[in-house]
Design a protein around this ligand. Structure first.
Ligand code: CMP
Length: 140
């Protein structure tokens, strides 16, 4: 089934200048780039994006990290995009992510983990709606 996922390269990925490497990985896996834009750090938008984590012990640290600089937001489309993307990026904690995954290669820890990817179709839809205008994410 063709799916879309909402993907972010977080501020640590931009600071480390590995955007090209991340994009290359997805292109080589055959993913289609539907939309992409650089998002300046914005507290209200980041709070809305991570609202499900509000109140968790790591929430404030997560917000501060995401405010360190811009993120690159992407909509990827591919067969089974959600599961495949999570395989490409690896576990949340970069130190525990499988060898060869993007987080293991370029992430640092639990918080500074390089990228975000939607964990379900529902969250993908919700996250795409939050970050992209209808015109940007329109199906061709
Ligand atoms: P992400 O996949 O974007 O979803 C929520 C984010 O919160 C996660 O990646 C990490 O950046 C961060 N996070 C999740 N769990 C922890 C944790 N235990 N400690 C610090 N940060 C965390």
């Amino acid at each position: 089934m063709i799916e879309r996922t909402c993907f972010l390269i977080k501020p640590d990925g931009l600071a480390a200048k590995v955007v090209g490497k991340v994009l290359d990985r997805f292109e080589r896996e055959g993913f289609n780039l539907v939309a992409m834009k650089l998002l300046p750090p914005d507290r209200a938008r980041i709070e809305a994006f991570y609202a499900v984590h509000k109140g968790k012990p790591f929430y404030e640290g997560l917000l501060n990290f995401m405010l360190e600089g811009p993120s690159l937001a992407i909509i990827w489309e591919a067969e089974d995009a959600i599961t495949r993307t999570r395989g490409i990026i690896g576990a949340t904690n970069s130190t525990e992510a499988a060898p060869g995954t993007l987080r293991r290669l370029y992430g640092t820890d639990n918080r500074r983990n390089l990228v975000h990817a939607s964990d379900s179709r529902e969250s993908a839809e919700h996250e795409i709606e939050l970050l992209f205008d209808l015109a940007e994410s329109r199906r061709k």
